[in-house]
Design a binder for this molecule. Structure first.
Ligand SMILES: Nc1ncnc2c1ncn2[C@@H]1O[C@H](COP(=O)(O)OP(=O)(O)O)[C@@H](O)[C@H]1O
Ligand SMILES: [Mg+2]
Length: 259
């Protein structure tokens, strides 16, 4: 097997007395979609914030392409090629798609869209990158607020890919979307994976995970309940793990009946 792009080993994270992560190991390889599943409060967001440099782990080790790293900030993670698309997306609805696409990233490609000369170039790149993701904008000036939720996710994903993400972390990208928009986002994940990017797809929806996942890891109360490859596990099996199936079975046993 190839070296994972990101390899997190035995990660622990405490907030005072709260143990949010208690020894989580998780890795992602180029070209795969590794789903991180878990119920509310399982530790999913804490884990990906650790992976993306927002939190320092209390214990554990992180490697990027085999080399140990310590991220002091989200900027360090981005420089290492780890891009995160959060639920709130950090976009400005009244601003154009193109301005949102380039926001904060201007110098990286030697383009300064605030200069008239480069504005056209920046707009053209935005249009092209969005088209690659299956979205035909009316024009680069179209406001982000006029896009659907799924399309907005796709702008954020296209931006991360264009600026060189090797790993793309998506925190519950489908949880607030309807069926069609969800299908669009899942299609985008598939496209990105086929470009050789490693995708970490956080969800509590087993069906969404099963639709695109190559591997599945279930978190429960800050601990991994295991990792399974596609084909090794089915939707009811994942659902059961997520709900703490064993705990329920034990409780059922001790109550001597069916819950
Ligand atoms: N900044 C924080 N301070 C204290 N406790 C936190 C903080 N962030 C998360 N937690 C706790 O860590 C646990 C995991 O939370 P979280 O990672 O948000 O779970 P999930 O994303 O799976 O719903 C929860 O018990 C939550 O209350
Ligand atoms: Mg969360």
């Amino acid at each position: 097997m190839t070296t994972p792009i990101v390899d997190m080993r035995n990660i622990k994270k405490h907030f005072g007395h709260v143990i949010a992560l208690n020894g989580v190991s998780f890795d992602v390889r180029a070209g795969e979609c590794h789903c991180l599943l878990g119920d509310n409060g399982a530790g999913k967001s804490t884990f990906i914030k650790t992976m993306s440099g927002v939190f320092r782990p209390s214990e554990g080790e992180m490697r990027v392409e085999g080399k140990p790293v310590i991220f002091e900030s989200p900027r360090d993670a981005m420089t290492a090629g780890i891009a995160t698309v959060y639920q709130d997306l950090a976009m400005i609805p009244l601003m154009s798609v193109s301005r949102n696409f380039w926001m904060g990233r201007e110098p990286e490609k030697g383009i300064w869209p605030l200069r008239t000369l480069d504005l056209a170039k920046a707009d053209a790149i935005t249009m092209t990158e969005m088209r690659k993701m299956g979205i035909n904008l009316r024009g680069p000036d179209q406001a982000v607020g006029t896009l659907s939720g799924g399309e907005r996710q796709t702008v954020a994903i296209a931006r991360a890919v264009y600026f060189g993400a090797k790993v793309l972390i998506l925190d519950e990208p489908t949880s607030a979307l309807g069926v069609r928009q969800t299908a669009n986002v899942l299609g985008t994940i598939d496209r990105v994976r086929k470009q050789g990017i490693g995708v970490v797809f956080i969800t509590h929806n087993v069906r969404h995970a099963m639709a695109v996942g190559d591997r599945f890891t279930v978190l429960n109360r800050g601990q991994t309940l295991g990792t399974a490859l596609r084909g090794e596990v089915d939707a009811p099996g994942l659902q059961d793990m997520m709900a703490g199936g064993q705990e329920l079975a034990d409780l059922e046993g001790s109550l001597g009946g069916t819950i």
